[in-house]
Unconditional design. Structure first.
Length: 264
């Protein structure tokens, strides 16, 4: 192309090419810096229908009734590629998790499916998320697909109430929301819930980012809109740079070379 264009007196290679659109709008960075949270819609950047195709094969959560879940520990390599690190249990200390079924326990879940992790839009999301928060190579990132389906009413948090997850950086992306009433996301400046910051029904494709070490969050119970068929709501939870010493000790045990936010 260059040689052909030069015959006509111009060089196409010198023409500025359109810049690749940024994954996150500039306001996302500004809002996170100013208020500690931000909402984004990335439905145009991921294939929600394809992601939802991995929901039917989720395993039942052995620790929490009426919940399904898979999770994997990821990191970026020195070559800026997304890498699955291997097995390590999820561990939340009682200071961060008020539910008796989960607090101060090691929880083991099956990994995210290889087909899911091989998707270009999944890897692009993980890389963009890590860059949003400044996560460097070999820092563990926990990515979960989790949610509930059924009839009647269910508390998605299973007793956790207003809480933090024990990390610095946390994002919640809704994959689907079918026949659901309720499940409103809430953010607070205090654990008692006296200083509310946000009440929002997060739609599929929307992601809520927050500084988990500064703010607290919860979600309302959900019920069937149409009582003649089940409801279903599944989300991606992705977080990193843990301030929970219990989780960090497990990460150090399983990933000796990982870069950790050392808290003991």
């Amino acid at each position: 192309m260059k040689n052909e264009s030069l015959k006509h007196g111009y060089d196409l290679s010198a023409i500025a090419q359109p810049a690749t659109p940024a994954y996150w709008e500039p306001r996302i960075h500004q809002e996170l810096s100013r208020q500690g949270w931000s909402l984004a819609d990335i439905s145009a950047q991921i294939d929600l229908e394809a992601w939802a195709g991995f929901l039917p094969t989720l395993a039942r959560d052995p620790y929490v009734n009426r919940r399904w879940k898979r999770m994997s520990w990821l990191n970026l390599t020195e070559e800026d590629q997304v890498e699955v690190m291997g097995d390590c249990p999820m561990a939340q200390g009682g200071a961060f998790n008020d539910a008796d079924s989960m607090a101060d326990k090691l929880r083991y879940y099956p990994a995210l499916e290889e087909g899911f992790m091989a998707r270009q839009d999944v890897r692009a999301f993980v890389k963009a998320w890590a860059k949003l928060w400044g996560i460097g190579p070999r820092e563990p990132i926990l990515m979960q697909i989790t949610g509930s389906r059924g009839k009647g009413m269910i508390d998605p948090l299973q007793g956790q109430g207003i809480h933090a997850d024990g990390c610095q950086f946390l994002s919640i992306l809704v994959i689907n929301r079918d026949n659901v009433d309720g499940a409103t996301n809430h953010l607070y400046a205090d654990k008692a819930g006296n200083r509310p910051l946000l009440d929002h029904v997060t739609a599929p494709g929307e992601v809520l980012h927050l500084h988990d070490d500064r703010l607290f969050h919860s979600v309302d119970a959900m019920t069937q809109r149409d009582t003649n068929r089940p409801f279903e709501r599944f989300i991606i939870i992705i977080n990193s740079r843990f301030v929970d010493g219990f989780q960090n000790r497990m990460l150090r045990r399983h990933f000796p070379d990982a870069v950790l936010n050392e808290v003991f």
